[in-house]
Ligand binder design. Structure first.
Ligand code: SAM
Length: 446
């Protein structure tokens, strides 16, 4: 009989949050979560499909787990669920079940009904599953200071490179009351920061009649992201609030003003631009131009001069030329981002780009361009961090510095990592730190 379960997770913050939803669902049904894989009867692998590399890592891990699993049951869940060749994996007895991100409520019954010769497969994407009523289990979280709160699932943008709409379905928003209750509960548990999550948080829209974005007709009578942010900031003035990801097309001036208005909303925006070339942005079906992006950055900096900015870039998208690449570098030079996440383009089966375009930028060129982007970002990060020297930063302590046991690490409002001597402070304290030095990744303070 299956009793003890273990979850191994890959990919983005959404999956970390989903693990906690799954732990709640299973522990409410008398299963017991264990943190040691060898003590588990059931191993769940929560997967990521965003790039080929992630999928390869997971396939290798599946083979390894099969070599050690003995009598254990193995279930694959998350974003790879509807992409995997389930017939092969079941035939080879490499997996016992495969469940998509909208079907976690079925897990207890599926597990109870399993025996050696039965396999379960349910990857149907739902228009109305937002796990609104499930409070994620925080008992096993390593981070007791900062917590993710998913406010919306899925995505309504069909960017041509992206698998998310196919792996996680359409945008489904959680109710503001349920989000607020979750944040309040986290505050009562001692959390000092929430990070609101969604593929595109700025497109958040909810009203009593529908939480499915595409079905909402009366936008004026609905609660949008600005309203939601303000509601949380007002109700929990001692809680720091962050959010990710903001799609430039949906970032409104109202949101920027609300970020400025409330001290507890962090002055940091993650604003993926993917490419600095208008031609490539169009091919990616991003709904903004290079100039619109630049204008947005200017507006943010005008309203909140100390706001830090980060981005996602995909380099080597189908047909990207050296000129397109230079447009990307020039956009970076204009903004001088605080930091960024950069990726080589990965041609994903099922996407529009996979069907219509050729993945024709050679891998060595992709890697060369990525190297140039990383090098430039290091320079900009160093430049941005240097500006903090001799300033006092309010730091939320998150844990012990990896490089020096006698130092804490934490973040300021702008999301910069700051290390400083421990003294008598504790994890979760907000401390004023004077910055005395920097690298391209870290601020060092006293
Ligand atoms: N929804 C957000 C947006 O579109 O702005 C980002 C979510 S996605 C999970 C995170 C990042 O992965 C994207 O911003 C993009 O840079 C990167 N990404 C997505 N698809 C990719 C692909 N096929 N190849 C390389 N990187 C990809």
């Amino acid at each position: 009989m299956i009793k003890y379960f273990y979850i191994e997770s890959y990919g983005c913050q959404m999956n970390i949050y989903d693990n906690e939803i799954i732990i709640t669902i299973l522990t409410n049904n008398n299963f017991i979560y264990v943190e040691n894989i060898y003590k588990a009867d059931l191993i769940l692998i929560n997967t990521c499909a965003i790039r080929e590399k992630a999928e390869k890592t997971i396939y290798n891990r599946l083979l390894f787990l099969n070599s050690i699993k003995k009598n254990k049951i193995l279930g694959l869940i998350g974003c790879m669920a509807n992409r995997i060749d389930y017939k092969y994996f079941f035939k080879k007895k490499l997996l016992n079940f495969i469940i998509g991100p909208d079907k976690y409520r079925l897990l207890p019954n599926i597990i109870k009904s399993l025996n050696d010769n039965r396999y379960s497969y349910n990857v149907i994407l739902s228009n109305d599953e937002n796990y609104n009523d499930i409070i994620p289990n925080k008992l096993y979280s390593n981070n007791k200071v900062s917590s993710f709160v998913t406010i919306s699932r899925g995505c309504d943008n069909i960017c041509t490179f992206c698998v998310v709409p196919f792996t996680r379905g359409r945008e489904k928003n959680k109710s503001p009351i349920s989000i607020l209750n979750e944040c309040k509960k986290l505050y009562d548990l001692g959390y000092k920061e929430v990070i609101l999550l969604g593929q595109n948080v700025n497109s958040y829209l909810w009203n009593e009649k529908s939480f499915i974005k595409k079905n909402i007709i009366n936008k004026k009578k609905s609660i949008n992201f600005t309203n939601l942010l303000e509601m949380i900031a007002k109700s929990l003035p001692n809680m720091r609030i962050r959010f990710s990801t903001s799609n430039p097309q949906d970032m409104s001036i109202d949101v920027i003003k609300i970020i400025k208005k409330y001290n507890n909303i962090c002055k940091y925006i993650h604003l993926p631009f993917q490419s600095g070339s208008n031609r490539i942005l169009k091919l990616m079906k991003r709904k903004y131009t290079r100039l619109e992006y630049i204008n947005l950055v200017d507006k943010i900096k005008n309203i909140i001069p100390d706001c830090s900015l980060s981005y996602d870039i995909i380099t080597g998208f189908c047909s990207e030329t050296n000129k397109d690449h230079i447009d990307t570098l020039n956009l970076m030079k204009y903004v001088k981002f605080d930091f960024g996440y950069m990726f080589c383009y990965s041609h994903r089966k099922g996407t529009y780009a996979y069907k219509k375009f050729k993945d024709n930028v050679p891998i060595n060129i992709k890697k060369y361009r990525l190297k140039e982007i990383i090098k430039l970002q290091r320079k900009h990060s160093f430049y941005r961090l240097k500006k903090y020297i001799n300033t006092i930063q309010e730091v939320l302590i998150e844990g012990i510095s990896k490089k020096n046991k006698n130092y804490w690490y934490g973040r300021n409002s702008q999301n910069s990592i700051i290390v400083f001597p421990k003294k008598n402070y504790n994890i979760g304290d907000l401390v004023n730190v004077k910055i005395i030095n920097n690298t391209s990744a870290t601020l060092i303070g006293i």
